[in-house]
Design a protein around this ligand. Structure first.
Ligand SMILES: Nc1nc2c(ncn2[C@@H]2O[C@H](COP(=O)(O)OP(=O)(O)O)[C@@H](O)[C@H]2O)c(=O)[nH]1
Ligand SMILES: [Mg+2]
Length: 348
């Protein structure tokens, strides 16, 4: 997952560390030279320091070089930050998000007082990690949400065709079942031939109840029935699959609006694929404007080496990432954990 981004960040980390380190060695001799008079401890020539009390000459030099603070300047990091900017843009990180990361890294590094002996790398990694965490946001704990809300919790899945909505509904169904919740799925994609059968097969394999009507039926009616079923059976969670649609197709969008009014979802989850990069970010923003979105799932993260959408989407639309889809199997879904992603990208 995001292997390309990981490699690029690694290179950027080394580059930043290299330029700060080079600046330090350029400053160090001058620093020692300036203080030479103070550093000469006794009339005895350097190197033949007497054995009596008090710091030796080497002790003093050690103090000067290792404990003297250096200040990282804008100039020290300018080039490396430009490269980091290119790296992020090439990884399909959205421009405003790239800008935010660069500004954040610059702010943490420039003007920073650093002891010469202190590891440059830990300084750089710390700056990169906190910048990434700032744009990734907090994630969204679905199980905590369900536990603290009135049941059934109704979750509507939206997004464009083929991004993985139906698969995600099945995976989240399996995940929630494992977490101890009862689940019912509404087969709200009545538009595409075979869609009802597809979700039906998943639901049967997973032992989850599915409510369905005929192909061509009004999806609002199916999802209304699904909610009624959940109320009658005290089911914890309703997962509503829907047909893929484009924000540009006004008839399908008004259908989604009707679904929303009829089923009154507690959460609208926008699903898109990580491999779509910045397109996914743009579409998410458009869906959020038109039908609303409370949280996001990015699928196919297993096929995405760039990581741009995963890095950008929460910060761009201001909604949390809920899960990453990481493969074709039911268990290939990861609650989005910003700390784990940053750890994976930057290691330590
Ligand atoms: N590699 C991979 N494939 C996925 C993932 N999620 C979904 N898919 C595949 O994407 C294709 C479309 O998925 P589907 O759920 O039918 O998309 P929908 O049209 O949005 O409902 C299917 O072949 C899925 O197996 C994922 O996380 N990783
Ligand atoms: Mg589908």
């Amino acid at each position: 997952m995001f292997t390309g981004l990981k490699e690029r960040l690694q290179a950027a980390r080394n580059r930043l560390g290299g330029s700060i380190g080079a600046a330090a060695t350029a400053q160090a001799p001058a620093a020692a030279g300036q203080s030479t008079p103070v550093a000469t401890p006794s009339p005895a020539p350097a190197g033949t320091a007497p054995a009596q009390a008090g710091p030796t000459f080497t002790d003093k030099v050690r103090l000067l070089i290792i404990d003297r603070e250096l200040v990282v300047s804008d100039k020290d990091v300018a080039e490396a930050l430009e490269e980091l900017e290119m790296t992020l843009l090439e990884s399909d990180v959205a421009l405003p998000v790239t800008d935010a990361i660069i500004a954040d890294v610059r702010k943490s590094l420039v003007g920073k007082h650093r002891k010469i002996g202190e590891s440059v790398d830990s300084l750089v990694v710390g700056a990169l990690k906190s910048a990434l965490l700032n744009v990734l946001g907090k994630g969204f704990d679905l199980t905590a949400y369900i536990k603290s809300h009135e049941r059934p919790v109704k979750i509507l899945f939206t997004g464009v065709n083929g991004t993985g909505k139906t698969t995600t509904v099945a995976k989240i169904g399996a995940y929630l079942k494992k977490e101890g919740f009862s689940v019912v799925i509404g087969a709200g994609d009545t538009f595409r031939a075979g869609a009802i059968e597809q979700i039906g097969v998943h639901a049967e394999r997973l032992g989850i109840k599915v409510i369905e009507h005929q192909t061509g039926a009004d999806p609002s009616a199916v999802l209304f029935d699904t909610v009624q079923y959940a109320i009658a059976h005290k089911t914890d969670v309703v997962l509503a699959d829907t047909a893929g649609r484009f924000h540009t197709k006004s008839n399908l969008m008004s259908q989604l609006d009707k679904i929303r009014r009829v089923m009154k979802p507690d959460l609208i989850v926008y699903v898109d694929e990580a491999v779509a990069g910045n397109d996914a970010v743009v579409r998410a923003a458009e869906f959020d404007r038109t039908v609303g979105a409370d949280a996001i799932v990015l699928t196919k993260a297993d096929m995405d080496s760039r990581g741009g959408a995963a890095i950008s989407i929460a910060h761009t639309i201001g909604k949390p990432l809920l899960f990453l889809g990481t493969g074709q199997a039911y268990e290939d879904i990861m609650p989005f954990d910003p700390d784990a992603v940053v750890e994976e990208l930057l290691g330590s």
